[in-house]
Design a protein around this ligand. Sequence first.
Ligand code: 5GP
Length: 191
Amino acid sequence: MKVLEDRIRQEGLILSHTVLKVDSFLNHQVDTQLALEIGREFGRIFVDQPITKVLTIEASGIQFAMATGIALNVPFIYAKKKKAITLSEQVYSAPVHSFTRQETYQVSISQKYLGPNDKVLIVDDFLATGAALVGLVDIVKESGAELVGVGCVIEKSFQEGRGLLEDKGVKVHSLARISSMSPGEIHFVEE
Ligand code: 5GP
């Protein structure tokens, strides 16, 4: 997605060989029009699939899951990182190790909102080590729903996430795929 790659080149801060900061437009301050365009792009990619729910993980996948849900005209669900006291019903849950925070936490969603009749598209902001998305894939499996695919806004293709997901038979579509980066330099996978 050219407009996204251009923004990453213009505003992305490459903090190291593995960490890209995009919080001026993607995951802290959010460019709302770009988020909606990202949703429309996922909508175009998955338009032929009878998706019933979009699933993401709080917090920084929410704006893209919402935009994708609007484009596909279906609800989105975000997995919660801490079990809220209001989440009193039965939950599906999975452990996730955070690449950026270096901690393991449990993500959960209510069993009320996902089940065997659902066809699910998972959406997230980054695909890095894949831990967060593998956790969501496991939750979808546990629920008996069908996983249609995974849509990522930015994939760091030099990390192991895509391989892990593909080994599980999951189709991955990323809108910007970074092949390598270092401070002052960034390269995208040529499609
Ligand atoms: P993963 O589980 O694939 O390693 O990444 C999980 C989460 O870590 C992503 O959803 C994203 O929020 C965050 N993350 C991973 N790599 C980066 C990065 O380079 N920059 C930023 N801003 N977040 C990242």
